[in-house]
Ligand binder design. Structure first.
Ligand code: ADP
Length: 327
């Protein structure tokens, strides 16, 4: 029988995502409801190493559900890659009596949790907080819905001006390793081409279709490209197209960090609240080293190790839909 947790630390780590605050709030309030002592660990694993840890009460998480970013701050922490760093983090947690951790972050943060929990006896529960939606074993990640809606809103605006001038626009969205934001925002805005890391880009196909449009004097075209597309980001695509279509008016728009910020959508607040609640329930039930996922509207507890070994795949169905609808 696992020892009952009494003190839980919560942290946000790696890339920030809208909805992290809603998740922190849910974790803290659920823990307090059960009579646990709750702690906020500042700047992800860095705060664990620096012992930058604060008590969290109901009031500490008041008025944050609607705010983007994270009140606990986030960071990438080099020292946590080293055993000595993790040992220091463990000693600090032990000194404070913290006997359970909730880690809100992406696959990198989960990798850190897998490493930490293989060496030390503090159970870790992960919550998938990433705008990239690339976590295996869950239909939702906290932040994706907001980020993709931000992208859609921006692309719609660009489309208006693109249409007014008959231009080609190449819009770069976030996604270094994953094409979900590009795929979803591209489909939702009726993009003619969507370039994602998961699928090889045949630039010649795009050039041929644009040349055909040029002949018909209808050279207006929206291309959405993920920053990590294997062919390259928007600037590379621009160079190639400009070379082949020197007379065409081509513009590049890189959406960048606006996709990370802003008030979380209703969906992100809901899934963050639900996952945060279940993270604490998990610790109380004696689960350890899993992350809380939602599949087919049911909660699933997936070993963190599985989450980091596998990658969420974009379905063939979506790729087929893109091809047919953009033609
Ligand atoms: P994300 O969680 O958004 O994917 P990162 O990949 O930057 O972000 O990871 C966040 C942090 O997790 C890293 O800065 C590091 O502190 C920790 N981490 C990632 N991988 C490992 C690992 N293999 N061992 C220990 N810590 C790791």
């Amino acid at each position: 029988m696992a020892k009952k947790v009494t003190k839980i630390g919560v942290l946000t780590s790696g890339g920030d995502a809208p909805g992290m605050n809603a998740a922190i709030r849910a974790v803290v309030r659920t823990g307090l409801y059960h009579g646990l002592e709750m702690f906020g660990i500042m700047r992800g694993y860095q705060g664990m190493i620096d012992d930058d840890i604060v008590r969290m009460e109901t009031k500490s998480v008041a008025n944050i559900i609607q705010r983007g970013g994270t009140v606990l701050k986030t960071a990438r922490c080099k020292e946590f890659f080293e055993y000595e760093g993790r040992q220091q983090a463990y000693d600090n947690l032990k000194d404070r009596g913290i006997d359970g951790l909730v880690i809100i972050g992406g696959d990198g943060s989960f990798r850190g949790a897998v490493q930490f929990s293989s060496e030390f006896d503090i159970p870790c529960i992960g919550l998938a907080g990433t705008i990239d939606k690339d976590i295996y074993g869950t239909d939702f990640t906290i932040g994706f819905d907001t980020a993709v809606n931000t992208a859609v809103e921006a692309i719609d605006k660009v489309r208006d001006t693109m249409d007014a001038h008959d231009r080609i626009f190449i819009i770069e969205v976030m996604g270094r390793d994953a094409g979900y934001i590009a795929l979803h925002s591209g489909i939702a805005t009726g993009a003619e081409n969507i370039l994602i890391p998961e699928r090889k880009t045949d630039i010649n196909d795009i050039v041929t279709s644009l040349q055909e449009k040029e002949r018909r004097k209808k050279l207006v075209n929206l291309i959405v490209v993920a920053e990590g597309d294997e062919f390259g980001g928007a600037d590379v695509v621009y160079k190639v197209l400009k070379e082949k279509l020197p007379l065409a008016e081509i513009r590049v728009c890189i959406l960048g960090h606006i996709q990370r910020g802003g008030s979380p959508s209703c969906l992100d607040r809901l899934i963050a609240s639900r996952m945060g609640y279940h993270a604490v329930e998990c610790l109380l039930e004696g689960r350890h080293n899993v992350f809380v996922g939602i599949m087919n509207n049911k909660m699933h507890y997936i070993p963190l190790e599985n989450a980091v070994k596998n990658k969420a795949k974009i379905s063939e169905e979506w790729l087929r839909i893109v091809k047919i609808l953009a033609s």
